[in-house]
Design a protein. Structure first.
Lengths: 268, 383
């Protein structure tokens, strides 16, 4: 039974870029930065492609909010295999409620069976959009979808996938990460899932995929045309580097180490 | 504007992201182990082939993608950032010297027998010109191929041959008419296991350690005449024709490696403290890095110039010689300056810079020395 899945592709700073706080202390220096698709979103795209392939086809629609630069991330998802893209054209500050608002409107138009989002974006680590979205849509939600192992061996791939859709596409079983273990949920569809790092290893965008992505459509909206008020409800007032780590100490022997762990750090 | 402005388009840059991710996942975690083992697993050829890396400029009918030389240029630049010149060379050779001559000069039968499986990563190839007696003087090569019925009988030896140990086939430059100098040269394909064809164990090297480099011996080795590449006695032109793309890719590799070297140095001096401040805060160090970045960019743009000429179908012999010389020498200079910026750490095996410094040194030697590049450039000046 064909299914339709909406996924996201946020444009974020490449984790290999050197991040510096700007002179005003309320943001980062943008000059010289490289950008990528949010790795959690990339995992979401991968999972969506696998689910669609397994369920005899359907559609993976990828959405992103931002300036025209986000086309790069949308094209990346299209090159991986997403069917088409939606761009919500917006410049300037953006908070998680605006993003969730835009996605809500898109979902009301597109009526997908499922939305898969990253659990958070690696830039501001908010971890909120998926939760807002499920609440506002009145959908069930499963956050931090995950698997036990980080690296996918052949054995791992043949194991039960973290996301399993029932044959009638009415329920989704999701394995999710909780403190110190895994939990399995059964969600009624439609549903919002957010991905954790260990869910899968995303495929490479293949060369034929990159070529095909060129001709896949990108539909344009703005918060205004979607009827979303994009005025930020949250502003960043201050940003600072984490304090430099204090130098470690060397201990002469194991006994001293045990003593310090027990009596100073009090961790054992 | 980025450095690739006017050379690479959006699709090329998207492909760059793919290669970069592939290199990060499939190569970088293993570089230390493979350098130590002086080998990398054959499986890596399969993985590269699955991504279509060996067929970027070959037609779909042969199993390639027909994507073109700019995509392959991206591949060579990004592979060389893996931190091991040897891995980049082993894979790079398969995309260039081991397959290029087959595509340019091979007939359909040879393409089916060797090029198609090479693009699929099923057969590894090597390209052998250099001999113990000398490599620069291609016209003066000594390995002979005497015709005997429907076979050539090969005698002689080749050395410093990349992928020589793992190769399933070797494209060998031989004298089919020793009396005629460069007009007596031909290229024949010798398959692994052919009686009279021997391969030495891997040679020990200063750099490029993860790649295998071998000496090959031919002792009354009988090779079917149908293994002749193109026209008999046409080998000199074939070698020279093949050199253009090889040299462009060597220049691209030098540019890619230099980028990694510069970034390594930049990040080291920003972390390192001396005299109560970050080393990067000394003006003399800032200016060093500024000069290194400029040196790199100049070499990069000359390389891209040769690449664009070649892609446009020009016979870019001179521009390529200039780019190969400038880029590979720049990479050595940058590696040396970067090593100096590391202080004592630069001399330690645990830092990447020592490997870059060793690997870079091959640049002005392999694929034609800087002196031979000068010979080509001088000839173009009518000298
Ligand atoms: C790691 C490695 C991998 C290699 N892979 C391959 C391979 O896959 N296939 C292959 O065929 N070869 C390969 N080579 C060989 C390489 O191409 C040669 O080493 C190179 O062309 C130089 O030849 P040579 O070593 O015989 O030096 P020579 O030709 O003996 O030169 C010695 C010196 O004399 C100089 N010289 C020579 N002629 C002139 C002149 N006319 N004017 C001024 N100076 C001159 C040279 O520049 C050099 O400085 C490889 C080499 C190495 C080290
Ligand atoms: C094989 C080996 C043997 C050694 N043996 C000994 C030994 O027996 N005893 C011993 O005490 N040490 C020894 N050393 C250490 C050696 O003396 C130091 O590595 C060297 O003095 C540089 O110090 P560093 O490595 O801390 O580099 P750093 O001081 O961290 O310098 C890093 C870079 O910053 C530059 N830099 C630093 N300050 C300035 C400045 N003010 N202006 C501009 N640039 C600056 C340096 O020139 C260098 O390029 C040895 C090192 C090696 C590799």
């Amino acid at each position: 039974m064909p299914i339709k899945i909406l996924v996201t592709a946020k444009r974020v700073e490449d984790y290999e870029s050197k991040i510096k706080v700007n002179a005003q202390g309320n943001g980062i220096v943008l000059e010289g930065l490289k950008y990528k698709i949010n790795p959690f979103d990339e995992i979401g795209v991968e999972e969506a492609l696998r689910l669609v392939a397994k369920h005899g086809g359907g559609e993976v629609v990828v959405a992103s909010v931002g300036t025209k630069d986000v086309h790069e991330q949308l094209r990346h998802a299209l090159a991986m295999g997403a069917t088409r893209a939606i761009w919500v054209n917006h410049a300037g500050p953006l908070d998680q409620m605006t993003v969730a608002g835009c996605l809500q409107k898109l979902i009301e138009k597109e009526k997908p069976d499922l939305a898969i989002l990253g659990k958070q974006a690696i830039d501001d680590d908010q971890n909120q959009v998926g939760q807002y979205l499920a609440e506002w849509l009145g959908w069930s939600q499963a956050t931090f979808a995950s698997k036990e192992e980080s690296l996918e061996s052949e054995a791992e791939k043949s194991k039960t996938p973290a996301l399993q859709l029932s044959a009638d596409a009415k329920t989704l079983t999701v394995i999710r990460e909780v403190d110190g273990g895994l939990e399995t949920l059964e969600c009624s569809m439609p549903c919002v899932v957010t991905t954790d790092l260990r869910l899968n290893q995303p495929r490479y965008a293949s060369l034929p995929g990159i070529m095909k992505a060129k001709s896949k459509p990108i539909e344009e909206h703005t918060p205004a045309t979607l009827g979303v008020d994009a005025t930020p409800k949250i502003t960043v007032t201050k940003m600072e580097h984490p304090p430099a780590r204090k130098a470690g100490i060397k201990v002469p022997d194991v006994a001293t180490l045990m003593d310090k762990l027990k009596n100073e750090a009090k961790v054992i | 504007m980025s450095s690739g402005f006017g050379t690479f388009n959006e699709e090329h840059e998207a492909f760059r992201q793919t290669v970069r991710a592939w290199v990060q996942r499939e190569i970088v975690p293993h570089v230390g182990a493979w350098e130590e083992a002086e080998a990398f697993p054959r499986e890596l050829y399969d993985k590269a082939a699955q991504q279509g890396f060996f067929g970027l400029k070959y037609p779909e009918a042969l199993g390639g993608t027909g994507a073109g030389v700019f995509f392959e240029a991206v591949l060579h630049e990004e592979l060389s950032k893996c931190g091991s010149g040897g891995v980049a060379a082993g894979l790079g050779a398969q995309a260039t010297i081991a397959t290029g001559p087959l595509h340019l000069f091979g007939n359909d039968e040879l393409k089916q027998r060797f090029l198609v499986p090479a693009i699929r990563g099923e057969k590894i190839g090597a390209f052998a010109v250099t001999e113990p007696g000398g490599g620069s003087d291609v016209a003066g090569l000594k390995t002979t191929a005497r015709k005997d019925g429907d076979h050539y009988v090969l005698n002689g030896s080749k050395t410093y041959i990349t992928n020589g140990v793992v190769a399933d086939y070797v494209i060998v430059a031989v004298k089919t008419d020793p009396a005629r100098g460069h007009k007596g040269l031909s290229m024949v394909i010798v398959e692994k296991g052919t009686p009279g064809f021997g391969v030495s164990k891997k040679l020990k090297k200063l750099g490029w350690r993860a790649s295998d480099t071998a000496e090959l011996f031919f002792d009354d080795c009988r090779v079917p005449v149908k293994n002749l590449l193109g026209v008999e006695h046409d080998g000199f032109g074939q070698v020279m024709g093949n050199f253009v793309w090889e040299r462009i890719t060597l220049a691209l590799g030098a540019v890619g490696a230099a980028e990694a070297i510069l970034e390594g140095a930049r990040s080291f001096v920003t972390e390192r403290h001396a005299f109560g401040q970050r080393v990067s805060q000394f003006q003399v160090v800032k200016h060093q890095l500024a000069e290194m970045a400029t040196d790199l960019e100049a070499a990069r743009q000359l390389t891209y110039h040769a690449l664009r000429l070649h892609a446009a179908g020009e016979w870019a012999l001179g521009a390529t010689a200039m780019a190969k010389k400038v880029a590979t020498e720049m990479c050595c200079r940058l590696a040396d300056r970067a090593l100096q910026l590391h202080g004592g750490a630069g001399y330690m095996m645990e830092y990447d810079i020592q490997r870059h410094w060793r690997d870079a040194r091959l640049g002005p030697i392999g694929g034609g020395t800087s002196e031979i590049m000068n010979e080509i450039i001088a000839k173009q000046l009518g000298l």
